[in-house]
Design a protein around this ligand. Structure first.
Ligand code: SAM
Length: 278
């Protein structure tokens, strides 16, 4: 069926009123995806008649609260576009801060071995590899689907030779020295009931255990045990006290928490004493 671009957008936006904060914008994104046109084209050709086959099916999926990123298989992160599909968590804007906070502590020419745990779509390791041209990067995930999605993004970004992917539990099987450990692990308590749009995301990317911070605690233990220099993690807005208590009797050089754009505690950068350099 043929309609003008304006009519398609009005139709789409009307169906998205309930689920979307910006229904017209989301209708545009879906139409851009179907017509393979950029936004500027749409808004300068509103009177053009087009056949938008498949558009209303996408609108219906979105009206059922499926995240728009999974529908278009595209997500923006750190001012770049990445591939995404339901096997990996949709990257969140606050995770950009984890990367920025870590980069502040690192020499851009560093040749250190950096390991990311829970690579998901690959966004953290890829952006770090872009900024740390000499670093040696290994990224792990327990999920085979996530590893496949990360692999696709690594290839799309031309980072094939820079990041080694391993499907494993945390850092099991990595026997070489790890200098920097970074992770946005699952940190939500198992019993928490989340908004329905989160049902579409992999549950092992969200839930971190009965309390929620179990994987964060394991990462802290691994960092100390493995003589890691810096551990950088994203965490839940209510986990600062628990992390502080967990670290109270541990030998840690410094521990700095940071907040997200909304002002909530969101992560920490921990520096650890190196063997014989206390
Ligand atoms: C919150 S997601 C983060 C994904 C991505 N790094 C990002 O920031 O968008 C957490 C990831 O950790 C992975 N994961 C969960 N438990 C794990 C474990 N024990 N070892 C390694 N990865 C794990 C999940 O499969 C998921 O991909």
């Amino acid at each position: 069926m043929s309609r003008t671009i304006e009519q398609w957008l009005e139709l789409g936006a009307a169906q998205l009123m309930e689920v979307a904060e910006r229904p017209r914008r989301e209708a545009e994104i879906l139409l851009e995806h179907i017509l393979k046109r950029v936004r500027l084209y749409l808004i300068t050709h509103l009177d053009e008649n087009v056949e938008a086959e498949g558009y209303m099916e996408l609108v219906e999926r979105r009206a059922l609260n499926e995240p728009i990123e999974y529908i278009t298989q595209n997500v923006s992160f750190f001012s770049q576009e990445f591939y995404i599909s339901p096997g990996a968590l949709i990257p969140r804007p606050e995770t950009e801060q984890l990367i920025e906070k870590l980069l502040e502590r690192l020499d851009p020419l560093s040749k250190e071995h950096l390991v990311e745990v829970g690579v998901g779509s690959g966004i953290i390791s890829i952006v770090l590899a872009q900024h740390l041209k000499n670093a040696n990067i290994t990224a792990t995930d327990i999920s085979a689907d996530a590893i496949a999605i990360a692999q696709k993004n690594i290839k799309l970004k031309g980072m094939g030779g820079r990041i080694t992917l391993i499907q494993t539990d945390l850092i099991e099987g990595i026997d070489t020295q790890i200098d920097i450990l970074v992770s946005n692990p699952p940190y939500i308590a198992n019993e928490i009931i989340l908004e329905s749009n989160l049902d579409y995301e992999p549950q092992n990317a969200l839930f971190g255990g009965e309390i929620g911070d179990e994987i964060l605690q394991r990462l802290i233990d691994e960092a100390i045990e493995r003589n890691v220099r810096i551990l950088a993690c994203e965490m839940g807005y209510d986990q600062k006290k628990k992390i502080l208590a967990y670290c109270a009797d541990k030998k840690i050089k410094s521990l700095e928490f940071y907040s997200d754009y909304a002002g909530h505690d969101r992560g920490f950068i921990m520096e650890l004493f190196q063997n014989n350099k206390n």
